[in-house]
Design a protein around this ligand. Structure first.
Ligand SMILES: C[S@@+](CC[C@H](N)C(=O)[O-])C[C@H]1O[C@@H](n2cnc3c(N)ncnc32)[C@H](O)[C@@H]1O
Length: 336
C-alpha cells in the first residue's frame, strides 16, 4: 500500500464514524476520494475476512444454488450497503464470474453506488454491473452483506430482512465483536425458517449461544492476515493511525441458502474464537448440534492436534473423538 495515495484526514473522519457505530440516517461518503482511500484500507482488511469465509465455503464445494439438483443457471449478485464494493468483488472472484449474470450494487449513498459499480466494471469487464433500486418484489439472487448491521436504523433493518427473504442465498460478514455477533445471531434466528444454514453453523437448530450459560460467549472466527503485513510501511502507518491491530481479524458470518443442500456430517463441530493454550492442554469453545460447550484436549492425548488447535488462526470444522467429557482426537468434518 502506498501511504502517499491515502487521504489521511478522510481516514480519520471515517474511523470516528465507525468507532461510534451508530445507525446512519444519511450517507457519510463525501465523494470518490473517500471511497478510494477506504477501499485501499478498511475495505481491503474486510476483504481478508471475506477471503477466509469464502475459503471455508470452497472447502465444502459450495456454490450458490448448489443445494438444488440441476440449478446451474447464472444468478445475480446484490451487494447491499456496498460502500466501495469490496464484498461483491471478493464473492464474484472467489465463486467465479462465470456463475453470475449481473452484479447489482446498492447503498443509500449515490457516491458509493457509483464507485462500487466502477470498480466492479474494471475488475470484471465482461460482467453486467448496475446500480440497483428495490421495487419491493424483485428476487435478490445472491445477497451479499458486509459490515452493515450496526449502521442500520430499525426500519432499515426490517427492510433488509424483508429483502433477504427474497434471496436465493445470503452471504453476510460482520465484525467479530460480541455485540455485532449477537445481532447476527438474532438475524439467524429470524431467517432460519426460510433458509438452510450453510455456515458456519453445524446444525439447523436454535443457536446454542442463546442458552443463559453462554451469554458471555459469541460466535466469531479469526481470518489470517496476509503474510509480511508488518513489513509494509503503509499498512503499519494505517494500523497505528486507525488504532487497529492488523494481526487480529475477528469476524462473524453467516451463509444461508435455499433449497437446502447436503447437511454437515453428523457430529460436526466448530471451534468458536481462539483455542486457549495452557501447559499440557488446550481449552476451546465447541459448537455442534449438541450445543456450545467448553472442551479440553490434553497434549498427551493427541500431540499434533494440540499443536494445531493452539497455533492455527482458522480451524476447519471437526468431528471430535471424545472420552470422559474430553477431546481425545479429531477428524476434519470434510476434506477438499
Ligand atoms: C462500514 S460500510 C461497509 C461497506 C461495505 N459493505 C464493506 O464491507 O466495505 C457500511 C455501508 O452501509 C451503507 N449504509 C448504511 N445504512 C444504509 C442503509 N440504510 N441503506 C443502504 N446502505 C446503507 C453506508 O453508506 C456504507 O457504505
Amino acid at each position: 500500500m502506498d501511504p502517499a495515495q491515502l487521504d489521511w484526514p478522510a481516514l480519520d473522519r471515517l474511523r470516528e464514524i465507525f468507532l461510534r457505530g451508530a445507525p446512519a440516517t444519511e450517507p457519510y461518503w463525501r465523494g470518490p476520494a473517500d471511497l478510494a482511500t477506504y477501499d485501499a484500507t478498511f475495505a481491503e482488511r474486510i476483504g481478508w475476512k471475506w477471503d477466509a469465509a469464502l475459503a471455508g465455503l470452497a472447502r465444502r464445494g459450495w456454490r450458490p444454488g448448489s443445494g438444488a439438483a440441476g440449478t446451474a443457471e447464472k444468478i445475480p449478485v446484490l451487494d447491499w450497503g456496498c460502500g466501495s464494493g469490496v464484498a461483491g468483488r471478493r464473492v464474484i472472484a472467489a465463486l467465479g464470474v462465470e456463475n453470475f449474470s449481473t452484479l447489482r450494487v446498492w447503498d443509500h449513498s449515490p457516491a458509493a453506488r457509483e464507485f462500487a459499480a466502477g470498480r466492479a466494471r474494471a475488475a470484471f469487464p465482461g460482467l453486467e454491473v448496475e446500480e440497483w433500486h428495490d421495487d419491493g418484489t424483485a428476487p435478490a439472487g445472491l445477497l451479499v452483506l458486509s459490515h452493515v448491521l450496526n449502521e442500520l436504523t430499525a426500519p432499515a433493518r426490517a427492510e433488509l430482512l424483508a429483502l433477504a427473504r427474497r434471496a436465493r442465498a445470503v452471504l453476510w460478514v460482520e465484525p467479530g465483536t460480541h455485540a455485532v455477533s449477537r445481532e447476527l445471531i438474532a438475524v439467524r434466528e429470524v431467517l432460519r425458517d426460510t433458509f438452510s444454514l450453510v455456515a458456519p453453523c453445524p446444525h439447523q437448530g436454535a443457536c446454542g449461544l442463546l442458552t443463559p450459560g453462554n451469554a458471555r460467549h459469541w460466535c466469531h472466527f479469526f481470518a489470517p492476515p496476509p503474510a509480511n503485513l508488518q513489513a509494509d510501511a503503509g499498512w503499519v502507518k494505517f494500523g497505528q493511525r486507525a488504532g487497529i491491530d492488523l494481526r487480529s481479524l475477528p469476524y462473524a458470518w453467516l451463509a444461508l441458502e435455499r433449497p437446502a443442500g447436503a447437511p454437515p456430517p453428523a457430529g460436526t463441530a466448530r471451534v468458536l474464537g481462539r483455542a486457549e493454550s495452557f501447559k499440557g492442554y488446550v481449552r476451546l469453545l465447541s459448537c455442534s448440534a449438541e450445543g456450545v460447550e467448553e472442551l479440553e484436549l490434553q497434549k498427551r492425548a493427541d500431540h499434533a492436534l494440540y499443536r494445531r488447535l493452539g497455533h492455527a488462526t482458522a480451524h476447519p470444522p471437526y468431528r471430535w473423538h471424545r472420552a470422559a467429557g474430553r477431546i481425545t482426537g479429531a477428524t476434519e468434518a470434510w476434506d477438499g
